[in-house]
Write a protein of this length. Structure first.
Length: 426
């Protein structure tokens, strides 16, 4: 997806522009229009007299019909593009909402800390895989099996290599991978209800299941854009009418102009306008892919992974209030105190550094706000890596092909091919 700012980017950016392709189409026909007008103006060629032999009225009617076809298709293509972007954001939001709810439910867990950590680590890995495979399914419904396998490997996930080999083997062979991982997540929740990790009352716990199901519904709704192309009869009729209009335009322009330059210029303008409109509809009606104007699914996956890691590194329960104050004091503070969020965060960071024996930072550098001291850091080569504090996390669990639980090693947040089991691609 191309992100632009201001008029300069719109005027000077060639990447992803339909104007270049439209100009390549319009230039030869505009040259033909100029040549025809030159011959029409030549008195030594009496058998060409376009102005006297052709009536432009029918051409104007034909152009109006073509304009309706083009505008309707472009409007429908924009609707598909906007609907795809909306549904995919709602899908991501539903699944992240489910993860946030489940992480908060663990605070009321009756199980030990190791079991809680296993649940959290397994959940974020499965959700990352679920989200990534959903995006690939939307992007590459027409991929052949080999290319689809390669595309899965290029997408960042949160340490998928720590899932057990049986689960990865079944996942590699399954045709409906997204649905399978969705089932694994539901099985994980049910198992941890029985183990006491999710001991929240059932009516409240049901909200997490609803969020997961809502995300799957949004995915299925969004997949219709990929699976159902624009109706073939309409697309074919539009293309044939555009070709006929392009052939007629150089001749008809010569009947309403007197000079070679004006005939060539107006032919170029009319043809480039119509071809640009047609190419815009082609670009918009398929919002998921790897072209410059498609929705960037890799960026969406990275953003989703970062959000999951924020949950993981800030999963401990917090009181959020300091000290024991009376209700009256709290009400007066809420009514009278207005402070900037950045100033409050800077003051808290300064107090932490002072308590730890570190010198306070300068005001200019103190404005760098971090999510948490142990938040995940970015690695340009591999994706995610843990802070030193997270290296000693409790062991994790994962679901095998039938939903059983097995221990895993400590987490390492890095880019791992989705279908890689340590011995080669499945």
């Amino acid at each position: 997806m191309i992100k632009y700012e201001g008029i300069g980017d719109l005027l000077c950016t060639a990447r992803g522009s339909v104007l270049v392709v439209a100009a390549k189409f319009a230039i030869p026909l505009s040259i033909l229009a100029g040549l025809l007008k030159h011959l029409d103006n030549d008195p030594d060629i009496p058998f060409i007299s376009l102005r006297q032999t052709i009536d432009p009225t029918s051409f104007k009617s034909f152009g109006g019909i073509l304009g309706f076809f083009m505008i309707f298709r472009t409007s429908q293509a924009y609707t598909r593009y906007w609907s795809g972007g909306t549904l995919i954001q709602q899908m991501s939001g539903s699944w992240f909402g489910a993860a946030s709810l489940l992480f908060s439910f663990v605070h009321a867990s009756k199980a030990d800390a190791a079991a809680n950590a296993k649940f959290r680590h397994t959940l974020i890995r499965l959700l990352s895989i679920l989200h990534g495979m959903a995006l690939v399914d939307l992007e590459g419904a027409d991929y052949d099996p080999h290319n689809l396998h390669v595309r899965y490997e290029t997408l960042n996930i949160v340490d998928g290599g720590r899932l057990d080999d049986d689960a990865l083997f079944v996942l590699g062979k399954c045709q409906y991978k997204t649905e399978l991982v969705g089932y694994w997540i539901q099985s994980l929740l049910v198992e941890n209800i029985a183990s006491g990790v999710l001991s929240i009352p059932p009516p409240i716990l049901n909200s997490a299941f609803l969020k997961l199901a809502e995300g799957m519904v949004k995915l299925q709704d969004c997949s219709k854009i990929t699976l159902l192309p624009f109706p073939f009869p309409y697309a074919q009729a539009t293309l044939w009418l555009l070709m006929a209009y392009a052939i007629m335009t150089p001749v008809m322009i010569c009947t309403v102009t007197n000079y070679v330059f004006t005939a060539a210029f107006y032919s170029f303008l009319v043809l480039m306008t119509n071809m640009s409109l047609y190419l815009v509809s082609i670009e918009l009606e398929h919002p998921f892919g790897d072209t410059a104007n498609d929705i960037d699914v890799d960026e969406m996956q990275d953003t989703f992974n970062d959000k999951l890691l924020v949950l993981l590194h800030n999963s401990e329960a917090r009181s959020f209030m300091k000290g024991a104050e009376s209700t009256d004091e709290l009400l007066r503070g809420a009514s009278n105190v207005r402070s900037s969020l950045s100033v409050v965060i800077e003051d808290a960071q300064a107090r932490q550094r002072t308590a730890g024996g570190q010198p306070p930072r300068s005001p200019s550098s103190a404005r760098d706000v971090h999510v948490a001291a142990g938040s995940a850091t970015r690695n340009t080569s591999w994706g995610w890596k843990p802070s030193a504090a997270s290296q000693n996390d409790a062991p994790m669990t994962s679901l095998s092909s039938v939903g059983s639980v097995s221990p895993l090693r400590a987490p390492q947040y890095q880019q791992v091919p989705l279908l890689h089991n340590g011995r080669g691609n499945v």
